[in-house]
Write a protein that binds this ligand. Structure first.
Ligand code: SF4
Length: 297
């Protein structure tokens, strides 16, 4: 039985820990020409951090949250683009100054498994001697044909190697999965979950979301072509279908895995499909009801 993030944080820290969305100023090798120029086909200009308001400083980010809550401690979450890609000395300075703050409980870095070379791993190792470091990897799917289609730019073996090295360092690994990628069947999606549920050592965390088709992305162009030509590569799940699928996925996860996310909330102004995902509260309420008894306390 997996555990919800909120329960995990409460059990571990004895209080609610809030997330600060921050910018490291990194780009992405799948956009700057190192691996590719177009990026993953679903990724918008914001580098998968479209929803993250990224204030100038940690204090500014804190103020946004503190105006609404009594937050005391935070997860410093560097989400957009590839946050281990770039000058390691600069990144080390930034992340050291972040993780050493008393108000930061956890440092979380969104990145790619092919951006975890030895210098980066040394940095991550050193950071994790100070406080927990979460490394978030955008795997999305285990299927190579889908990976090629969405231009992820690395193969599953690259993920496996990075996963092994990160776990050897004692780092917390969180994997992102997208349901509803073109041509994937329900079984394909559940196979991705079965694979992750079978990882050894056990997966620390997972973020599941439905594919968000955003204006301005190549995925949007593909989607329009699909609609026009009736090729049927895209299946936009209904809320009912999606929440059923997530419920099945949660039931497959082991007790060690913390569920960080069960639905996505794309930017309103860019989102084309699925529009029901804009009502995140409703989706989460339905998921809470459907997954009752599937999480440990
Ligand atoms: S790796 Fe992340 S930031 Fe880079 S193109 Fe893909 S989704 Fe966007």
């Amino acid at each position: 039985m997996p555990i919800r993030l909120s329960t995990y944080l409460q059990n571990t820290y004895g209080e609610k820990i809030y997330k600060l969305s921050l910018s490291s100023g990194c780009t992405c090798p799948n956009r700057d020409g190192t691996i590719g120029t177009g990026g993953c086909s679903f990724c918008s200009e914001g580098g998968s951090g479209e929803f993250a308001k990224e204030p100038e400083s940690i204090d500014a980010a804190k103020e946004l949250i503190r105006s609404k809550t009594d937050a005391r401690r935070f997860i410093a979450y560097y989400q957009s683009f590839t946050n281990t890609y770039g000058d390691v000395d600069r990144l080390k300075e930034l992340y050291m100054s972040t993780i050493k703050r008393d108000d930061i409980a956890i440092l979380s870095l969104g990145t790619r498994p092919d951006c975890l070379g030895s210098e980066v791993m040394d940095m991550v190792k050193e950071l994790s001697t100070i406080k927990p470091v979460w490394i978030e990897l955008g795997l999305q799917t285990i299927h190579e044909r889908t990976s090629k289609r969405i231009r992820r730019g690395y193969e599953l073996e690259v993920f496996e190697d990075a996963y092994r090295r990160l776990k050897e360092c004692g780092v917390t690994v969180i994997v992102h999965v997208i349901f509803g990628l073109p041509v994937e069947t329900k079984e394909d999606m559940l196979d991705t979950i079965r694979y992750l549920a079978g990882l050894s050592p056990a997966l620390d965390g997972i973020k599941i979301q439905n594919l968000q088709i955003l204006k301005g992305t190549d995925m949007y162009k593909e989607y329009l072509e699909d609609v026009e030509n009736g090729t049927g590569d895209f299946h936009i799940m209904s809320m009912e279908e999606y929440t059923d699928l997530v419920t099945e996925a949660i039931a497959l996860l082991p007790k060690e895995t913390v569920v960080h996310r069960m639905t996505g909330d794309g930017p309103r102004k860019l989102l084309v499909e699925p529009l029901w995902s804009l009502d995140k509260k409703r989706v989460l309420n339905i998921l809470t009801a459907k997954t009752k008894g599937l999480f440990s306390e």
